[in-house]
Design a binder for this molecule. Structure first.
Ligand SMILES: Cc1cc2nc3c(=O)[nH]c(=O)nc-3n(C[C@H](O)[C@H](O)[C@H](O)COP(=O)(O)OP(=O)(O)OC[C@H]3O[C@@H](n4cnc5c(N)ncnc54)[C@H](O)[C@@H]3O)c2cc1C
Length: 446
């Protein structure tokens, strides 16, 4: 069966829903908008599908509204729904998922004077170009969707273990968790066995908090190349200071040195980092590809732990787990995973570590085209191309796919090669409004 739509929004995470909600407001009232993705995931993606309250937002509630032009939208929803969180609180992510779902449900109720939004419960498996410049999506289940204008919101995916396949022996595979979000892996862990988290970022923090709430009595080991944990938010946020770096300024190393000096001289270094937010995307765009690559190679791990921080309560719990020795964080390169009786011997920086299970906590994948059948098919047709530095796909400053003549856009982490900081809600919601406006203009043309 083949259906027609004016707009296809492909994906089921925050980016897709934020875009769809803005489209409902901005598109002509006659427009048909189709949101294509797994119905049970709609709006939650990985980030907001969690069911436990220990998984907190890492941005205060007052900055998490779905809409850039209505900053109080989320805090109002919290109040209206009987939740006692204020603008400065780091609410449970589960609640944020409920908020997105509520907003989506409201938008799905058709009213006469606005565009119609429909959910299509399917995966877009491949796509091909139509003669009018639109796209024909082939969906799981065998149906097809022809769209005049489309947006790809397929997210980052889960990173792979930093090991070649041959460094993970066959007998160890049952004890290696490749996707920590995929199943309740902790239910397979013996209460007194140790566990190894590969990665020390926010994914590890989530898994660690979750495991600490089971009857688990073993030791949690966490390892990464630099052994860096995300920094903590303070309960009271210091006012961001004016941006210290300007997009056109100097060499990368000089810029980072200036940043370090300012952070040391400021009572709370977070004010320096937060002050950079308005110019971060322009700084990134001002660098050459070589500078961007150098930044990713050498500075990104340090940037990430200062920029994407833990909620204060989460940081306090992690600190307590470290103090009691339940969580041991170390620096080192994982070299191999081999099997032993009912478990794993991990080789970390040449030293063996014996654990019951190893869990991949490397976080986001880089949105590589090859990891997605849909993106691969679009690349094979010459419709999209990987971004030259390997982060997502190539888009222009407006998040449009070059040469699509405004008929194909991408959103969220998929556009990180162009915009870099485009993974958190405060950044994606701005992008959603701008992309929705352009798509609405395109639909209104005929
Ligand atoms: C654990 C975690 C916690 C976070 N916490 C915060 C926070 O507190 N504050 C904040 O601002 N940001 C947070 N973020 C970041 C941010 O909210 C995410 O980056 C954001 O959810 C990205 O949304 P997305 O829709 O682009 O991607 P995703 O959330 O990855 O969603 C993409 C969805 O599209 C679906 N999909 C993929 N391919 C197809 C296809 N071909 N057809 C149909 N569907 C497809 C996938 O199944 C997936 O559900 C967090 C991220 C994570 C992972």
């Amino acid at each position: 069966m083949r259906q027609e739509t004016d707009v296809a929004v492909i994906g089921s995470g925050f980016s897709a829903v934020a875009l769809a909600l803005n489209l409902v407001e901005l598109a002509p009232p006659t427009a048909r908008i189709s949101l294509v993705g797994a119905r049970e995931e709609q709006g939650r993606g990985i980030a907001y599908a969690t069911t436990v309250d220990c998984h907190r937002l890492n941005v205060p509630a007052g900055r998490m509204s779905l809409f850039a032009d209505r900053p109080d939208h989320f805090t109002q929803w919290l109040a209206e729904n009987g939740h006692a969180a204020t603008a400065g609180d780091f609410a449970p992510r589960r609640l944020y998922g409920d908020y997105i779902e509520d907003c989506l449900d409201a938008a799905l109720k058709r009213t006469a004077n606005r565009a119609a939004l429909t959910l299509v419960d399917a995966e877009a498996q491949r796509a091909e170009a139509l003669a009018d410049g639109g796209l024909l999506f082939h969906l799981s289940g065998g149906s097809m969707l022809a769209a005049r204008v489309s947006a790809l919101c397929t997210g980052a995916g889960t990173g792979r273990l930093p090991l070649p396949d041959e460094a993970i022996s066959e007998e160890v595979r049952p004890f290696v968790v490749q996707n920590p979000w995929d199943d309740a892996w902790w239910s397979r862990l013996p209460d007194d066995g140790d566990v190894l988290f590969v990665g020390t970022g926010l994914t590890m923090v989530d898994q660690c908090l979750r495991l600490a709430r089971t009857g688990f009595r073993g030791t949690m080991h966490a390892v990464s190349r630099h052994g860096l944990l995300p920094q903590a938010h303070l309960a009271h946020r210091a006012e961001p200071i004016a941006p210290l770096l300007l997009p056109e300024s100097a060499e990368l190393s000089a810029m980072l040195a200036k940043l370090r000096a300012a952070a040391t001289a400021t009572p709370d270094w977070r004010a320096v980092m937060d002050g950079l937010r308005p110019v971060t995307q322009d700084l990134w765009k001002g660098w050459t590809s070589e500078q961007q690559r150098r930044f990713l190679r050498h500075a990104a791990p340090f940037w990430n732990v200062h920029r994407h921080r833990m909620a204060p309560a989460v940081a306090a719990e992690i600190a307590a787990l470290r103090e009691t020795g339940r969580l041991v964080v170390r620096r080192g390169r994982l070299q191999a995973l081999h099997g032993q009786d009912d478990g794993v011997i991990a080789s970390v920086q040449g030293r063996p570590l014996s654990v019951a299970m190893a869990v991949n906590c490397t976080g986001f994948e880089r949105c590589t085209v090859s990891a997605s059948p849909l993106l691969s098919s679009l690349a094979a047709e010459g419709i999209v191309a990987p971004h030259p530095i390997g982060l997502g796909i190539a888009v222009d400053d407006h998040s449009a796919v070059p040469a699509s003549e405004g008929k194909l856009y991408a959103m969220g982490p998929l556009t990180a090669g162009r915009h870099f900081e485009i993974t958190a809600v405060p950044d994606i919601r701005v992008q959603a409004r701008s992309v929705a406006g352009r798509m609405a203009t395109e639909i209104a043309k005929s």
